[in-house]
Design a protein around this ligand. Sequence first.
Ligand code: TXA
Ligand code: MG
Length: 337
Amino acid sequence: MIETRVIDLFREYDTGIKEGARLLKLGEAVAFPTETVYGIGADALNPNAVQKIFEAKRRPADNPLIVHICDMGMLEDITRYCSEVALGLMREFWPGPLTVVLPRSKNMPDTVTAGLDTVAVRMPNKASALDLIRLSGVPVAAPSANLSHKPSPTRAQHVLADMQGRIPLILDGGPCEVGVESTVVDMTGDVPELLRPGGVPLEALRRVLGEVRSTAKETDAPKSPGMKYKHYSPRAAVVVVRGTKSKEKICEMYDGFSRTESCAILAKEASSEYGKRRVVALGPGERDAARNFFDALRKLDSEGVERIFIEAMDESGLGRAVMDRAVRAAGFNVIQA
Ligand code: TXA
Ligand code: MG
């Protein structure tokens, strides 16, 4: 067991960033906040350091990592080639919740890319993350800081719950502003391809790129290795309910199951139709839903809730990313009502 230290960046910013950078340079894994979710970072150019991330998360080795950079100069170490269109995309959305898949440079260890010929890169929109990368002086490979299969962490206490005793340091920067992971877009083919919906809506990508193919659908064979794994799963059984009669259907199922199990409903709002049933309201807008979704799953888990009914929401904007996570949390158990 490693002793896990938590440093609050609101109180000890310089100490936290310095200690984080020192550990990264030593080849250790450090958890840090980004605008999307918390990540566990390690020096992307050091295969032994990267290996520690896989061990801490219990992550399958065939699932590649996103490399985080703080300036465009770092791209050269990582990629072999970057088209004008890809550069335009970065100019538009970086720093921000967009990950771009590009041809990898040979400097990139196989542990980072899982042996693929491509590498995923992102510049996060969070000052502390950028300062951490800058001070460490290296590109930082970082997956979300949860144990594999668990909901992604959007608060330092979520990271601590999964990572205590597994990594030496967690930097606490408060709750994440976006709350769902970055959008992953593959720019290595003829047509840009959405591999994972996330913090940058597909509509915004299309405004800049024109055509974007979407392979992130539930039924398609996953091109992004991470999409094939069981994901975001709380301990509770989860079901997503879609359609105009979703509230009615949820009430009916809730009343059946709640005789023997503790149940909860996840919905944008605690609508009067739900009456006295336990509802966790995500908030009225898609941005609220994105920010609160993973926290709500973890909260219900820690309360010992056994069955969660998720009321489907509109898939426009960030709603697409939230519904993607909801459907995966449900293990694709979706009911049409
Ligand atoms: O917002 C985020 O992206 C967060 C923060 C920490 O930056 N990170 C994150 O990493 O969500 P992770 O490892 O949980 O998800 C990375 C996703 C996985 O689905 C992985 O398969 C995919 O990106 N990916 C990574 N490299 C890839 C590549 N070369 N080609 C295709 N997909 C790739
Ligand atoms: Mg993840």
